[in-house]
Every structure is written in C-alpha cells, then in structure tokens.
Design a protein around this ligand. Structure first.
Ligand SMILES: Cc1ncc(COP(=O)(O)O)c(C=O)c1O
Length: 390
C-alpha cells in the first residue's frame, strides 16, 4: 500500500481559518454582534470617546494590567505601537535589540539603520532558536519580541530581565498577549494589535506603558524627529488623554467595535485563564501530532520555547532531505495550496521569509475540534504531494 492510498478524511474543520493574523474570529462571531450606534459619529464625540475608553478598560480588566500602567490605542497596528515606543524612548541609554525571526529583525533594522543610537548591541538567533538573553546588561534598554510569530519560538520566562534594571524593556507581544501570561512587573512598554490572538479587525496598535516607561518619556526628548503619529507629549508631559480614548488621529470605530465584541466574548467564557487554556489545548494537539509524525518536527527544538499560538513545523526524513531546494519549498506550499482549494484550511503555509514550513494558528479563537480535524488532512495532502514530487 502506498501513501497515496491514504483515504481522504471524512470530517472537515467547521472553520477553515488557521492564519496567524488576521486570525479566526471568535466562535459565534457575526457582524450583528457589533454595536453600531457609534458608526458615522465622530471618534471625538462623547459616545466615540466612551467606546474607545471602554475598549481600553476591558483590555485592562481582561489582561489584568496594573492600575498604574497606561493603555493607549495608537496608529498603525503593532508596528506603529512598537515604533512609537522605540522612537520616544530609545537613545537615552545603551540599547540591546534581540531578535530570532522576521518581526524582531524589523526592530533591529529600525535601530541599526534608522535610529542609530550610541552603544547599540544586536542579539540574533536563527529561526527556531532564541539568543542567550542572560548576557543583556541590566543598564541597557531592551527591545524584544515575546513570541516570534514566524518561527514559533517564545521566551520561556522573564528571569533574564532584572527587577532592578536601569533600562526599559520594549516588548512586542502581539502574538502572545492574550495567550501567554505577561509578567507586567518586568515590562515597560508592551505592544500588540487586535487582529492577532483576539481575531479582531486590524488597524490599530495597543501601547501599554509602565510607570518607568512614563517616566522615561517625560524625562527624555530624543534627538531625532518624531512624526505626528508618534507624538505623545504635551507641554513636556505624557498626554494622558491619549490613554483615555482621545486617540492621536482618527481610528476605525468599526474595528474598535469588533475588538470590543471579542473582549466581551473573552469575558463571557471566563476571561484570561480560559483564553490561555484554549490556546494551550489547541497547541498541545498540534505539538503531540508533530512528535508522533516522523516526517515532521517543531521548528523550535526546545519544548520550553514552543509557542501556543502560531506553531511552526518543518519537514524531515530521507525523502524530504533528498529534494532540491525548490521542491523542499514546494512541499508546504503545495499542501497548503491543495487544502486551500478544497476549502479545508486557509493560510497555514509558513511565513514567506521563514524556512519552508507550515504554521498552524492555535490561538484562543480557534476551536479545538477544528485543529483536531485539520491534522489528518495535512497527512493526506502530504501523501499526495509526496507522490507528485517523487
Ligand atoms: C511579532 C510580530 N510583530 C509585529 C507584527 C506586525 O504587526 P502589525 O501588522 O499589526 O503591525 C506581527 C504581525 O504578524 C508580529 O507577529
């Protein structure tokens, strides 16, 4: 019996959306779950501001963000939020930027090519690894990505961040924040965007500032220019109204309502612990399957660094190793393409700059049963692709 005789699985995922962002909408999502009263109104009307403030308040409640931290809705998605933090805060002290996949590398490029702060250290590791973060000086400001969305490697802990650090930490948490516990006491500027773990519409970034981050912004003015969308100070002080819903520029109220709906769903299922548990359960199904599948391995070798959101896997074995580079790249591409055409699963080919791989989003909006149903289809499609390329 050859692999191609593998029978086609019978059960299809109910929801075929396995993209790493925008991710699947929460179960039961529909447009009529969104409040529309604010549509067509000014975001600066009392109602507009109240809805933006409500999004901020719900964020604080669900993520358990300390009362003395500020939460702002800022322009340009997670990229905007990370760059706003970098542009406002870096340059005051030595800086380390640590990266281990594509998005972290963007922050390295920002530092190396755009900001060029004095005393810059770059710490890099290849896809699947994490650099030795313990070597970071506690006097440095640090920019890092909590969860590398394109490699599936997350930081295993925050022990490497000193409680008595002198620098600030800038934490790109976009694919982790609702899925993994955040150690707020170690985090000074944390960012994310709505389309990741909550599956909401994209457009805006969230910026969460600790008292130390606020102090840095208020006591320091960078030497480089700040575009309007990064300007968060008024009369030398942090403009606190931004953190109460008076956004820097015009937000999408439709996206805001969608984000609110997802937070209300999160609350209705039990809040953060249940969001974590859902992602953990989904990821465990995929992790166990990878371990039991001889032609596949997790892109990340150390289980302590395995993410529970965008799980990334690469191919292995004599057959795969003997393929040309083009054919190696064709394996995940053809598997994902085949299941996309059949409407079984969308958008789970690995990231374009990552090694040839599959990436299955396991965040909390994805249903466990859908993950379970997807895996036999990947086995089936692999058998077809193997026959095709042999
Ligand atoms: C870790 C990480 N950083 C930054 C980004 C960019 O996010 P955005 O498109 O919201 O700016 C992404 C997007 O997937 C990401 O995963």
């Amino acid at each position: 019996m050859t692999d191609t005789t593998l029978p086609q699985p019978e059960l299809r995922p109910d929801c075929p959306n396995f993209s790493s962002g925008p991710t699947a909408k929460f179960p039961g999502w529909s447009l009529d779950k969104l409040q529309t009263e604010v549509m067509g109104r000014s975001h600066r009307s009392a109602l507009g501001k109240a809805r933006l403030k409500y999004a901020i308040d719900l964020t604080r409640e669900i993520l358990g963000i300390p009362d003395d931290y500020l939460i702002g809705i800022v322009p340009a998605s997670d990229t905007g939020a990370v760059e706003l933090a970098m542009w406002n805060m870096l340059g005051a002290r030595p800086v380390t930027v640590a990266a281990w996949e594509s998005f972290g590398n963007v922050w390295i490029q920002d530092a190396v090519k755009q900001l060029k702060p004095a005393n810059l250290t770059v710490l890099e590791a290849d896809y699947g690894e994490i650099p030795d973060l313990t070597q970071i000086d506690k006097g440095d400001d640090v920019v890092f990505t909590w969860n590398g969305t394109t490699s599936g490697a997350k930081i295993p802990d925050t022990d490497w961040i000193a409680a008595d650090r002198e620098g600030v930490t800038i934490n790109d948490a976009t694919s982790a924040v609702f899925a993994q516990p955040m150690d707020w006491s170690k985090l000074d500027a944390t960012t994310y965007s709505w389309q990741k773990v909550m599956g909401s519409e994209a457009g805006h970034g969230m910026l969460i500032l600790s008292p130390r981050a606020i102090e840095r912004i208020e006591s320091y003015s960078p030497s480089w220019p700040l575009p309007k969308i990064f300007r968060v100070k008024k009369d030398g002080k942090l403009n606190r109204s931004i953190f109460e819903g008076a956004t820097i520029n015009t937000p999408s109220m439709l996206a805001t309502e969608d984000y609110i709906a997802s937070l209300e769903w999160a609350k209705s299922i039990g809040g953060l612990s249940e969001l974590h548990a859902r992602a953990d359960r989904n990821a465990k199904i995929v992790h166990d399957w990878i371990e039991a599948t001889p032609w596949m391995r997790n892109m990340v070798s150390d289980p302590a660094k395995w993410t529970n959101t965008g799980v990334c896997m690469v191919f292995q074995g004599d057959w795969y190793d003997g393929l040309s580079d083009d054919n190696k790249a064709a394996v995940p591409k053809n598997i994902a393409g085949m299941l996309d055409k059949m409407g079984i699963a969308y958008d789970f080919n690995g990231y374009r700059d990552a090694p040839p791989s599959l990436r299955i989003w396991c965040g909390s909006t994805v249903e466990e049963e859908d993950v379970r149903r997807l895996l036999p289809w990947i086995e089936w499609a692999f058998a077809q692709v193997k026959a095709e390329l042999s």
